[in-house]
Design a protein around this ligand. Structure first.
Ligand code: SAM
Length: 280
C-alpha cells in the first residue's frame, strides 16, 4: 500500500469527485429522513497543501487552486461545492488546506445523519482520527473498504450514499470492482452508489463499464471530466464517477457543472460530459 493521497489532494480529480459528492448529499438532504454515508476508501480526511507532498507535485494548483479564483458566473453545483469547501480550506487568499471526502460529508451532515469512513492504511487512518476527532455522527473504521460494503450494507436508515474511491494501485483491484459493486448493490438496491475511476489507459475502464453494464441494473450515470481529448497512455488525463441510482436532478446539474469545470481547469482542451451508461 504505497498510495498516499497527500500528493494528489485538491487536484482536478478530487475537485470533480467532490463536486459530485456535494451534489449527491445535498439531494439526499432534500428529505427530512436520515441518510447514511459510507466512504469505503476515506483517506486522511484533511491535507496540508503547504506540506512537501503537495508542494512536490503541485497538482492542487491546477485543481482547487484554479477553481478557487473563480468567484462569479459559476453553475449552482460548482458554487455550492465551493461554499462547502471554502470554510474548510482557510480564508487567507489562497488554498492552504484541502478537505477529504469524510470532512466534506461531515460538513453536510445533519444531526440525524450518519457517516462511516473506512481506511486501511494505518498512517492515513491515524491522520483521519486526528482530523475527524469529535465530529458528530462519524464512525471511523480501520478496515478494508470492500469488507465494509458487506458489514454496513444495507444501512439501518435504508437511504444513503456509498462512495467507492480506491487508489487503483493493486493489480487485482480493477477486476474485483464490478463484483464488489454489484454485490453491494444487491444488498442495498435503493442506495446511491458513486464509483470514482481514473482515465489513464481507457481500455481497462471500458472493460469495467462493460461488466457493470452487463448486470441487470437500471439508471447508471457516467460523469466524466477530461483535461485533454487526447488519450495519453499512462498519464492521468481525466477521471469519471459512475453513479448508480442518481437522485432526481443530479444528471442535469452535472451536465451544466462539468463542462463549466472543464473550461475553468483546462481552457480550450477540457471536456466535461454526462451520459447514461444504462438509462432509466
Ligand atoms: N476518498 C478520499 C477523498 O475523496 O478525500 C480519497 C481516498 S484515496 C483516493 C484512496 C485511499 O484508500 C487511500 O488513503 C488508501 O490508503 C486507501 N485504501 C487502499 N486500499 C484500501 C482498502 N482495501 N480499503 C480501504 N482503504 C484502502
Amino acid at each position: 500500500m504505497n498510495y498516499r493521497h497527500a500528493f494528489h489532494a485538491g487536484n482536478f480529480a478530487d475537485v470533480m469527485k467532490h463536486v459530485c459528492l456535494v451534489a449527491l448529499l445535498r439531494s439526499l438532504s432534500r428529505k427530512e429522513a436520515a441518510w447514511c454515508f459510507l466512504d469505503t476508501h476515506a483517506g486522511a480526511g484533511d491535507y496540508d497543501l503547504s506540506a512537501p507532498p503537495s508542494q512536490k507535485t503541485g497538482e492542487y494548483r491546477h485543481g482547487i487552486g484554479r477553481l478557487w479564483q473563480t468567484t462569479t458566473g459559476l453553475p449552482p453545483a460548482l458554487a455550492d461545492y465551493l461554499s462547502v469547501v471554502r470554510p474548510l480550506i482557510g480564508n487567507d487568499g489562497a488554498p492552504r488546506r484541502y478537505p477529504g471526502s469524510p470532512l466534506i460529508a461531515a460538513a453536510l451532515a445533519r444531526p440525524q445523519d450518519r457517516l462511516i469512513a473506512c481506511e486501511l492504511n494505518p498512517l492515513e487512518f491515524a491522520s483521519l482520527g486526528e482530523t475527524c476527532h469529535g465530529q458528530r455522527g462519524l464512525i471511523l473504521q480501520q478496515m478494508d473498504g470492500y469488507q465494509a460494503l458487506k458489514a454496513y450494507l444495507p444501512p439501518r436508515e435504508r437511504r444513503g450514499l456509498v462512495l467507492i474511491d480506491p487508489p487503483y494501485e493493486q493489480p487485482g483491484e480493477l477486476p474485483r470492482l464490478p463484483r464488489e459493486l454489484l454485490a453491494a448493490h444487491r444488498r442495498f438496491a435503493t442506495g446511491v452508489f458513486a464509483l470514482w475511476y481514473p482515465l489513464k489507459d481507457e481500455g481497462p475502464i471500458a472493460g469495467l463499464k462493460r461488466q457493470i453494464k452487463a448486470a441487470d441494473l437500471r439508471r447508471i450515470l457516467q460523469v466524466e471530466l477530461r483535461l485533454t481529448p487526447l488519450v495519453q497512455g499512462g498519464i492521468l488525463h481525466g477521471c469519471g464517477v459512475l453513479v448508480i441510482n442518481p437522485p432526481w436532478g443530479f444528471a442535469e446539474q452535472m451536465a451544466t457543472a462539468m463542462p463549466a469545470l472543464a473550461a475553468i481547469l483546462a481552457p480550450g482542451s477540457g471536456r466535461g460530459q454526462v451520459d447514461w451508461l444504462v438509462p432509466e
